[in-house]
Structure formats: C-alpha cells, structure tokens
Design a protein around this ligand. Structure first.
Ligand SMILES: [Zn+2]
Length: 78
C-alpha cells in the first residue's frame, strides 16, 4: 500500500474558469469542533474548486460523548 490515506490532497482539479485542470492550492477555511474545513482553490485564478473537511482529534471536545450519528437503519441488507 503506497497510498497515504490521511494525507490525501487533490493536486489537480478541473477549473471551470480556466477550462482546464489546474493545480490547486489548499487553504484552511475554518476550524470546526468536528474538524477543519479546507478549500481547494485554483492556483491560477483562485476560483474555489472544492472543499473538504478534515476530521481529526478535536481540539476542544464538546461535553460528553454525544452519539453523533443516529445511524439510519431504514434499509436492511440481507
Ligand atoms: Zn482557474
């Protein structure tokens, strides 16, 4: 396995403004309690091309252990 999953970064994305794939820059948009919101911007024209949330060890853990995901169990696979 050569892929590092935790360190995934998009190196190029299609830019609708440049109409070609452009190298992107990643910048930190804001920090959430659940993680960090990063934004990919075109390195040529600075158009926002996408976002991603990086979840990691929360800086300040909210009180208690909230059951964050009420898992939808509508579809039962069997
Ligand atoms: Zn562009």
């Amino acid at each position: 396995m050569t892929q590092q999953f935790g360190k995934f970064t998009a190196s190029e994305l299609y830019c609708p403004k440049c109409k070609v794939s452009q190298p992107v820059r990643e910048r930190l948009l804001l920090v959430l309690p659940s993680g960090e919101l990063h934004e990919f911007v075109c390195s040529n024209c600075a158009t926002s091309l996408g976002k991603r949330t990086v979840t990691g060890p929360a800086v300040a853990a909210p009180i208690g252990k909230t059951p964050a995901r009420p898992a939808p169990q509508r579809k039962l696979l069997r």
